[in-house]
Design a protein around this ligand. Structure first.
Ligand code: GLA
Length: 388
């Protein structure tokens, strides 16, 4: 996480000295298991991590919001009386989106100067966008002296992503950034929107995030295509008379009985969804009682399913996972997030951390000509405000 001192100094440099009114720390997230099931009303198991986005914010007494994003060394500004999308300036659209939706829901968003710092890889599959949305919304609420129920906040940020960034995401990322808890993963039921905390921190283990640093060219189109395939499969099952509201209601037997009707591709997509939900149910129990080996096996099974049935992985991620499977002390490894690039997550015995890093780096560089990112991540709290 960005140090408060650094955020204060970037703010002062950018906005003519003085201190911000508050700092907001908004984490990123890594999903441990349960991929591409949130938008099918399934179960997921993400954790908020100790990296994220920090906002230094001060009300400026005008109707203008002035933004500076250190990561891009770029500025943007907009007028609160007519918030519009920012054209090319992608990152600013998330902030504009939450400001517009907060205004719409009756929050008196004040004009503000906002410096944004981040230690998350951009578009790296660790929810840099949800971190930005939830952090910006929390900052605006803080300045307005308003509060919002956490679930409502997550839903508002998801809507901003749909409407202002054009990404038809599920709710998992925003939910994890809001509800994160130190030492825990979040077992989220995407049908009821309830969650339970699952302890996932222990001195004997480490969660490692490996960034493929592969360009995510197909990520947006691939994601939207899979969502449509799921919708189509659901419609076909309904038409066949199955009593299903979402793919969450599909059983293995039902899938088998409908394979011909669905055709090979859609049947594969549904098979991933059904089996992945099963893995989350089983995996959360293993994790809670410290059965890391068994949890790890489910991570490998999840990755296989994402590769063969859901076709959301790429060679670089497969290579990382295969190297994990081949390394002593690595319990499990899988791609995490939307896919088509981004990161893998591994669970390993803490003493294997250095060895795995050396091994995977060596073979990855040889094959892909670049180093993978390698970060040990701790389960952390969700978004929080620090008064300055
Ligand atoms: C992205 C989306 C999430 C989820 C994952 C895949 O991160 O934002 O809502 O669908 O992909 O599990």
């Amino acid at each position: 996480m960005i140090e408060s001192e650094r955020a204060l100094s970037v703010f002062a440099k950018q906005f003519g000295g003085g201190k911000p009114d508050l700092l907001v720390h908004s984490p990123g997230r890594v999903n441990l298991i349960g991929e591409h099931v949130d938008y099918n009303a399934g179960l997921v198991l993400p954790m908020a991590i100790d990296r994220g986005t920090t906002f230094a914010v001060r009300a400026n007494g005008t109707k203008n919001v002035r933004l500076f994003a250190e990561t891009f060394n770029a500025a943007d500004s907009f007028d609160l009386s007519r918030v519009a999308k920012a054209g090319k300036c992608d990152w600013a659209n998330y902030v504009r989106g939450v400001a517009a939706l907060l205004l719409e829901s009756g929050v008196d968003v004040p004009g503000a100067d906002i410096a944004i710092l981040s230690d998350l890889p951009v578009a790296g599959g660790l929810s840099s966008s949800a971190s930005l949305e939830v952090g910006a919304a929390t900052a605006f609420l803080g300045l307005a002296g308003a509060t919002m129920e956490p679930l409502k906040l997550a839903l508002l940020c998801q809507r901003a992503e749909h409407e202002y960034a054009g990404v038809p995401c599920g709710l998992m990322d925003q939910f994890a950034v809001v509800f994160g808890k130190v030492g825990h993963a979040i077992r989220m039921d995407c049908r009821t929107l309830e969650h339970q905390l699952v302890p996932c921190d222990h001195e004997a283990i480490a969660w490692v995030i490996l960034d493929s640093r592969a360009p995510r060219k197909l990520a947006a189109s691939g994601y939207a295509k899979r969502r449509k395939e799921c919708d189509k499969a659901l419609a076909l099952l309904k038409k066949a008379g199955e009593k299903v509201e979402t793919l969450r209601d599909v059983t293995v037997e039902m899938l088998e009985a409908n394979e011909d009707r669905l055709g090979a591709t859609l049947a594969s997509r549904v098979r991933h969804v059904v089996t992945e939900i099963g893995r989350v149910v089983e995996g959360s129990e293993y994790l809670a009682i410290g059965q890391y080996d068994l949890f790890g096996r489910l991570m490998y099974a999840s990755h296989r399913s994402l590769t063969t049935e859901y076709e959301a992985s790429i060679d670089a991620l497969d290579h990382i996972v295969e190297t994990g499977a081949d390394t002593l002390g690595v319990y499990g490894c899988r791609m995490t997030g939307g896919g088509w690039g981004g990161c893998a997550v591994a669970l390993l015995a803490v003493e294997a951390t250095r060895f795995f890093q050396e091994r995977v780096t060596r073979s990855y560089v040889k094959k892909f000509g670049r180093e993978p990112g390698y970060v040990v991540a701790r389960p952390s709290d969700g978004v929080r405000v620090e008064r300055v």
